[in-house]
Design a protein around this ligand. Structure first.
Ligand code: A2P
Length: 315
């Protein structure tokens, strides 16, 4: 098996590699951060060409440093960062701050990290609305076309995307959302495909929950293809023409996460239906501290306002 080199043509005219390295771990100055820099350098040297970060992760300096130290030409790397929710009212300044921290010539894809805005001290606020923030991002792209190549969003549903598309003159190139076997997002992916928007899966391994990677059938498939459970899960996601951005600081797992077998149709079908048994349809990541109930408030918004589907399948 060789390194996955699949790419997708975005509606902005640029290509995006199907596999990226997630960087949501460690803070600048910590051991984890130094480890992450070495991890990114290693990943780039081994064939990764897409790095996903965000202002809120607090690691943009490290990501930029790693890219510069890797020896891989900047032009070969697809770099994604995200607008912090507390900066929706100051998009241009926030973008230029990210540019400065990354120090990497340009940003390939700039995402609105969440539809919800927060005040500068982190409190939920209803303004700007997501469409208003999107228009500021469009203005940014028009002002700095060479510094930001593509625009996109993250954590958008059909509902919030519909509202955004009513005002947009640029259709988002991608929507980055939680996707894994317990939250396959079939309807959302179909909707985004119809709009020409590529879906990126965050937490594509479901944050390594035993329910997925230790599932007996998943382990059987891993054995069948002579790979690990994580590899069959990621292979399923890439087979759906999705982008995946698994995080790992372990070198062996970094290599696993970019090399996949081609799955047989029946094995793809197994993963497509994985969420169907009772209790198997779950959002894993959005709720800070506690079990999701479907009525939670996420950064000031209800599930209904977010347009998020309930996570338990009605039988
Ligand atoms: P580690 O850094 O020790 O490899 P996700 O990207 O889905 O949110 O999951 C990230 C988590 O999954 C991290 O804790 C990471 O731990 C673990 N992980 C990443 N790749 C693999 C893999 N190939 N097999 C098992 N666990 C993995």
């Amino acid at each position: 098996m060789s390194v996955c080199v699949k790419k997708y043509l975005l509606n902005s005219g640029f290509y995006m590699p199907a596999v990226g390295l997630g960087t949501w771990q460690g803070q600048v100055g910590s051991t984890a951060a130094t480890e992450m820099r070495d991890t990114i350098i290693y990943a780039l040297q081994k064939g990764y060409r897409h790095i996903d970060t965000a202002a809120v992760y607090g690691v943009e300096e490290i990501v930029g440093e790693a890219i510069r130290m890797s020896g891989v030409p900047r032009s070969e790397i697809f770099l994604v960062t995200k607008l912090h929710s507390a900066h929706h009212a100051r998009v241009e300044e926030a973008f230029l701050e990210s540019m400065k921290r990354l120090n990497c010539e340009y940003i390939d894809l700039y995402l609105m990290h969440w539809p919800q805005a927060l005040t500068h001290d982190g409190k939920p606020t209803k303004t700007p609305t997501p469409p208003e923030t999107w228009l500021s991002m469009e203005a940014l792209k028009k002002k700095y076309p060479d510094l930001v190549r593509s625009l996109g969003v993250s954590n958008f549903s059909e509902k919030t995307m519909d509202e955004l598309l009513k005002v947009a003159t640029i259709v988002p190139a991608t929507n980055q959302v939680e996707v894994h076997p317990m939250l396959p997002q079939h309807d959302l992916v179909k909707y985004m495909n119809e709009k020409g928007i590529i879906t990126t899966c965050y937490s594509p391994l479901g944050q390594y929950v035993p329910a997925i990677l230790k599932n007996p059938r998943v382990l059987e498939l891993a054995e069948k293809y002579n790979v690990t459970a994580a590899q069959v899960v990621l292979a399923w996601e890439v087979s759906r023409d999705l982008v995946v951005i698994p995080k790992s600081t372990n070198r062996e797992r970094i290599m696993q996460n970019i090399t996949y077998p081609e799955l047989a149709p029946e094995d793809i079908a197994f993963f497509n239906d994985f969420y169907k048994p009772p209790g198997m349809h779950r959002r894993l990541c959005q709720i800070n501290g506690g079990t999701p109930t479907g009525h939670d408030i996420v950064m000031g918004w209800t599930y209904e306002e977010l347009g998020w589907e309930p996570f338990t399948v009605e039988e």
